[in-house]
Design a protein. Structure first.
Length: 290
């Protein structure tokens, strides 16, 4: 199929792109990687009247450390983020998740910020941003603002961004040296969106858990995280038995839906298995780091 007709814009400055968004409003869409937007347009699931292609704006593909956080520009390709040594060293959970995102070909074009803005509840990167208490910088023609991951994702393919705003940068806190992390998921085929995915991070002091972060994909209309459940792990000695019990509690608290891919009961069962695996792997990674 072919997309509906649209007007194509190629700004050369961020200010020009934001002015265009202000002018076209809800009829406009940002084109960065296009790995989600273009298929949706071809299937007529999205019919924007205006595409604002930001790929010709210089300087938006950076990856850098700043004040204890990784700052990733809105044109940084997923492949480049995955390969970046700074990401692997300071935010290994992000690197682990990126290895599950689509295929090499789609990662060559897709952007991290684009995936966050798309907000598919089965996608890996929104769960990572939520697990690490990350945020995004969004801008419009009048200025910029910070939006935390908890406030950004609102529902299925829906974010807190206004129609005249675009994501300029993602910010993810660097993970502590005495922490370990893992991203595990189950998909019917490699590269498919996961039926359930788990982003997990543990911080340890002599095998005692001082911080725990667990975010899920595929079990709600947005990435899912519950701090009160995480806090039940704090002060505990890490062990497989502890992780089995914790996984059971998480599985009992989610309320997944049923669809053509899996029933709610199957998603709940997967959650139990995958959380145990993710926590065990994060534990092992933390011990290696020590």
């Amino acid at each position: 199929m072919k997309s509906a007709d649209f007007n194509y814009h190629r700004p050369r400055e961020v200010s020009e792109a934001l002015t265009l968004l202000k002018e076209v409003g809800a009829d406009g869409k940002i084109l960065a990687g296009g790995q989600s937007l273009m298929p949706m347009m071809n299937f007529r699931l999205a019919e924007p009247a205006h595409l604002v292609d930001i790929n010709f704006i210089d300087g938006l593909d950076y990856i850098r450390g700043e004040n204890g956080a990784l700052k990733i520009g809105c044109l940084a390709r997923q492949t480049n983020v995955l390969r970046d040594p700074l990401v692997r060293q300071r935010c290994p959970l992000l690197a682990a998740a990126l290895a599950h995102v689509g295929y090499e070909q789609t990662r060559n074009r897709g952007t991290l910020c684009g995936s966050l803005a798309h907000a598919d509840p089965a996608a890996e990167l929104p769960a990572v941003l939520l697990a690490l208490d990350g945020s995004v910088t969004v801008g419009n023609a009048t200025g910029t603002r910070q939006v935390s991951a908890r406030d950004l994702f609102q529902s299925y393919l829906t974010t807190a961004l206004g129609s005249d705003e675009m994501v300029l940068e993602a910010s993810l806190p660097e993970q502590p040296r005495n922490s370990g992390s893992a991203f595990v998921e189950f998909a019917r085929r490699f590269g498919d969106f996961a039926i359930v995915g788990v982003a997990a991070s543990l911080t340890l002091t002599e095998d005692q858990i001082t911080d725990a972060r667990i975010a899920l994909t595929g079990v709600s209309d947005k990435p899912w995280r519950e701090r009160q459940l995480e806090e039940t792990l704090l002060g505990q000695q890490a062990s497989v038995d502890l992780f089995i019990r914790a996984a059971g509690r998480f599985a009992e608290c989610i309320d997944p839906g049923s669809d053509i891919h899996a029933s709610a009961a199957y998603r709940r069962s997967l959650t139990r298995v995958l959380i145990r695996r993710a926590l065990t792997e994060a534990w092992h990674q933390a011990r290696i780091g020590d």
